[in-house]
Design a protein. Sequence first.
Length: 327
Amino acid sequence: MSGGIGLVLNPRAGRDIRRLVARAGMVSGPDKMLQLRRIIAGTQALGAVPVYLVADEEGLAERVSADEPAAAVLPGRGQLGEAEATAEAVHRLEDAGVDVLAVIGGDGTQRQVAKADPGVPVLPLAGGTNNVACWLGEDTVAGLALAHVVRDGPPPLPRGKVLGVETESGQRDIAVVDVAWVAAPFVGALAVWDGGLVSRLVLGVADPLRAGLSNVGGHVDPVRATDDAVLELVLGERGQVVPAVLAPGLLAALTVASHRRHPLERGVDGTLPEPFTVALDGERTLTCRPHERVCVTARRTGPRWLDPSGVLDRCGGVAYRAASSHL
């Protein structure tokens, strides 16, 4: 088995507590299956291309593959969406020899993919609550771009920006979009939806057009994924009031006391006087004792993220005429 496209679906994405406290519904299993079908339809536009999925605990991949001739399902291990199972799915697909990966989920899912450190390009597709790290275009178009990558190879792609996090007690982890100091001693339901608990942010992406903690910095000093910089924000009682969109339909007026850009490779430190947690890409992950210092350092050591726009721009009219002959 070699060549083709690997698809990873997080069946839990788009179902966290932020959607319950905001104005958003849960993303259903049938909706996720339709998304897979749209992607697979696009992958076949240039001719038959093998598509490999990994079995999930809800059986969504198996049900889709049952009537999609191009799709095959590889056995999975654990519950997709959890760190170990997502990494294992990525590695299983790489071992199968795929040329490119597409991963459906939100920022938390893409973070787990980055931790797996795949050696092939990755197309991150929106399927969660916060999708700052994801491409938001139409899924069928994404499938067409994936088919072009299999046929023609990927365009030149730099390594993605990763926020390395290290605590004074020796905990280490990464984020791909944002790191937040949260005045809550327990991880609880993981997701951060109360902006009043956030005291400091380091953002690899600060986007005013997408929901999440990234949105706060986007109103102050936008930072793109391609910028060799991160944005540090200190929140307080005085300063610029920002109407941040934390989740679909969920806004919070947060006050930015100060902000500053930092270059890659320069550590940004911060702490809190009480027990606190550190949220990575919107999910509380690390627990810290009072005054424990947390350092965030951005580096370009992440996956080679694929943008369908760049793939299709490279193809031009000749490729589109070739594609239409197969439709």
